[in-house]
Design a binder for this molecule. Structure first.
Ligand code: NI
Length: 229
């Protein structure tokens, strides 16, 4: 399931990120790639351990933990420190088809996660560049994602995906992974749909409506059944 979350960062915050990142030294993106993806990865990254990447990443984590739609869709247990990448048309940047590593470790913090979900948070507006779509394959076909600055997409880390060549301008984004409390993607999707329906009912009938309360109980009891914490 692909889930877009709008306005995780405000336009002002996204612009501030860009200003800060413009003044940084970037390195070859292959520094964090696995054995297969290093063959097809052509982009630049902020050094993952740099102070600026950690600071900006912390701001993203703060925004995520205050975002109800993100929390409902991901039910995150652990979030990997966000990384930042840049694809420039003049350099012919792209990222060919690959699958993300199943486990990621962060040697600075010792954090180790199973990558259930991959996240791309767009930091450039779609009008700033041509190409650069995130293309995700699932059993329903290929999906092209290109979102406004400040919006993110959550997608299964198990899926094959690519970033198409950037042919004009520069695509800037943050990307990272998370381990969900709900390991099974189907169960996680049911939980998200149930929560969405409960929120709509609560608006229509009130949070104290007896059936809404009962459904809210079922929601939490399903999480009790499935959560690994
Ligand atoms: Ni990837």
């Amino acid at each position: 399931m692909l889930i877009c979350v709008p306005e995780v960062l405000s336009k002002a915050d996204a612009a501030d990120f860009r200003r800060i990142m413009d003044g940084c030294a970037w390195e070859d993106g292959r520094s964090t790639a696995g054995a297969q993806s290093t063959l097809v990865k052509r982009n630049e990254q902020l050094p993952p351990d740099s102070e600026v990447a950690r600071k900006l990443g912390g701001r993203i984590i703060s925004a995520l933990t205050a975002n109800p739609r993100f929390l409902s869709a991901a039910i995150p247990l652990r979030i990997f420190p966000p990384l930042f990448n840049r694809y420039t048309a003049a350099e012919g940047h792209r990222f060919g088809i690959h699958v993300d590593n199943a486990v990621r470790g962060d040697h600075l913090t010792g954090l180790r996660i199973r990558t259930d979900l991959s996240v791309t948070l767009f930091l450039a507006e779609p009008e700033e560049y041509d190409g650069g779509e995130l293309v995700i394959e699932d059993s329903y076909g290929s999906h092209e994602i290109k979102l406004p600055a400040g919006d993110l997409v959550l997608y299964p880390a198990s899926s094959l995906h690519l970033v198409s060549p950037v042919t004009r301008g520069t695509r800037v984004a943050s990307f990272f992974w998370l381990q969900s409390m709900i390991r099974d993607a189907h169960a996680r999707s049911l939980i998200f749909d149930l929560d969405s329906a409960i929120q709509t009912l609560a608006e229509r009938l009130g949070r104290d409506d007896p059936e809404t309360v009962k459904l809210t109980g079922i929601y939490h009891n399903l999480i009790r059944c499935w959560a690994e914490v």
